[in-house]
Each structure stands twice: as structure tokens, then as C-alpha cells.
Ligand binder design. Structure first.
Ligand code: CTP
Ligand code: MG
Length: 264
């Protein structure tokens, strides 16, 4: 059996009817935004008239791929819960680490309402997206979904690395220089065959989810699942520190996303 055959079989098992891919989207918005330093959850920070969570939801909505959406929010955050509800999303309280939040969202996915215009079939695939990547262009969602539809079990958007990267020791001395041509910086949304990712997270949970898991592909990698890369986009930058918001303003990323959303 080829990889594609086995993948189609897995998709069949999920939908029970056809191997046509359908995508649920998890948006992670339960972080505290410590490095941004606003004293409120990062997803609740306002930028160009909307919260960062609204921009992230608007991008997912404009991509047209999400049959269901689950959003992780800080416990008891009614403002973020109401924003998610406006987009037909289910909210769950996040965990103490990003990886824990993902595991909680994956477990809740079956309970998420089916969004208008989509089939009620169980989703064959799931995209995991950081609300902090609030301005991801729709093309990135489409590239990830196309690659999953063609039979890949795990797909991540990446960009080439422009800086020279070195490893250092505890005293700050350079240990080695990494060959740049094989390096990629990794973005979200990361897409997976749903049951495959769920299985990988359950396995990782049994071994104790580590705070060092900062992306979902690494959980898949630990289980030996091949992870395919597609081209990311510089506009999908992660809002981490205040300078990133200034960069988003300078690049007019909110204006660009608004223009795409209004076309629909
Ligand atoms: N996240 C989450 N649950 C957590 C931690 C993070 O859902 N326990 C989400 C964040 O809301 C964010 C994404 O994961 O959209 C990536 O995390 P990061 O950029 O580190 O955001 P924060 O954890 O909020 O920021 P900081 O680390 O500066 O506190
Ligand atoms: Mg964090």
C-alpha cells in the first residue's frame, strides 16, 4: 500500500463515506502575552480597531476552509469567548502550556458546531493556528490544505532563514555554525490528518507534555510521522513583542486582511 493509499484509507475511516478532506481549525488564544507586556491576554490586545483574536478569526473565515473552529481562551475570559461565538466557534479554557492547550482543543473538537455552509461529517483534518499570527494571508491556509488534500499527513508553512545561526555554550562562546541552507523558520497554521495528530498528542501526553513543545509538527515528528513543508509568508509574522505590532502597522497588514475579508 502506498502512503497515499493508506492516507485515503485513514480519511475514509474518519468520514465514513468519502476521502474528501474537510478541515477543522484550532486557534490558540489562551496565552498571557507576557513578552508583549500589555498586562492583558495577547489575543485581547487591540490593533487597527479589532482584537488580535478577531483578526485571526477574520483570516480563518476569509480562507473559507474551516468547517468547525475551536478557540482556546484564558479561563473565564468572557470577552474572548463572545468574539469566538460571533464566528460560530466553540471555546475551551486553555492549559498551562501551548501544548496542553492544543491537547484540550483536540479533545473538544467533536463538540464544535458545524459552521454554516459546511457538511456535518467529522473533519478528516485539523489545522492548528496561533492567534498571535493574526494576519496570516489566506494563501498560506490554502497551500497547507492543498498539500493535506494531496495525501500528506502533516504539513507546515516555512520560510528560509536569512541570518547565520550559531549554537553557543553556557558561557556564551560559539560552539558551531549551522549550515543555513537546510534551516527553515516555521509558522502556523500547521495541518494534520486529525486522527493521526490526536494519536500523536495522546502518546506525547503519556510521556508528559513538555513546555518545550512550541509547535505541533514536533509532536508528529516524535511519532515518526513525515512532515511536509510548504511556503509560508512574511505577513504571517508572530506578534510576540511590541515591535511586532509596530511592524504590522508599518506593513498595513490589517488593511490588507480587511480588503480580503470584504471581497467574500
Ligand atoms: N497559547 C495558548 N495556551 C497557552 C500558551 C499559549 O493557547 N498556555 C497560545 C497563545 O495565545 C498564542 C500561541 O499559543 O496565540 C503562541 O504562543 P505565544 O506567542 O508564546 O503567546 P503567549 O504565550 O501569549 O506569549 P508569551 O509567551 O509572551 O506570554
Ligand atoms: Mg508563550
Amino acid at each position: 500500500m502506498t502512503n497515499t493509499d493508506s492516507f485515503s484509507q485513514m480519511a475514509d475511516d474518519v468520514t465514513g463515506t468519502s476521502p474528501v478532506a474537510s478541515f477543522a481549525v484550532v486557534i490558540l488564544a489562551a496565552g498571557s502575552g507576557t513578552r508583549l507586556g500589555y498586562g492583558i491576554p495577547k489575543a485581547a490586545v487591540q490593533h487597527s480597531g479589532k482584537t488580535l483574536l478577531e483578526w485571526a478569526l477574520a483570516g480563518v473565515d476569509a480562507s473559507g476552509v474551516a468547517s468547525r473552529i475551536v478557540v482556546t481562551v484564558p479561563t473565564d475570559d468572557t470577552a474572548l469567548t463572545n468574539i469566538a461565538a460571533d464566528y460560530g466557534a466553540l471555546t475551551v479554557s486553555g492549559g498551562s502550556s501551548r501544548a496542553e492547550s492544543v491537547a484540550l482543543a483536540l479533545s473538544a473538537l467533536d463538540n464544535a458546531p458545524v459552521r454554516s455552509g459546511f457538511s456535518s461529517d467529522a473533519p478528516s483534518h485539523v489545522l492548528i493556528h496561533d492567534a498571535a499570527r493574526s494576519f496570516t494571508p489566506v494563501e498560506v491556509f490554502h497551500r497547507v490544505c492543498q498539500s493535506l488534500s494531496s495525501g500528506q499527513a502533516a504539513v507546515i508553512p516555512v520560510l528560509p532563514v536569512v541570518d547565520t545561526i550559531k549554537t553557543v555554550d553556557a558561557d556564551g562562546y560559539v560552539r558551531s555554525t549551522v549550515q543555513r541552507s537546510v534551516l527553515r523558520s516555521v509558522q502556523t497554521p500547521q495541518g494534520f490528518h486529525f486522527k493521526t495528530l490526536l494519536g500523536a498528542y495522546r502518546q506525547a501526553e503519556e510521556q508528559g507534555l513538555s513546555d518545550e513543545i512550541t509547535d505541533d509538527a514536533s509532536v508528529a515528528e516524535m511519532c515518526g510521522i513525515p512532515v511536509k513543508t510548504v511556503l509560508g509568508d512574511f505577513r504571517s509574522l508572530k506578534i510576540t513583542v511590541a515591535e511586532d505590532l509596530a511592524l504590522a502597522s508599518a506593513l498595513k497588514l490589517a488593511d490588507e486582511l480587511s480588503a480580503v475579508s470584504e471581497k467574500d
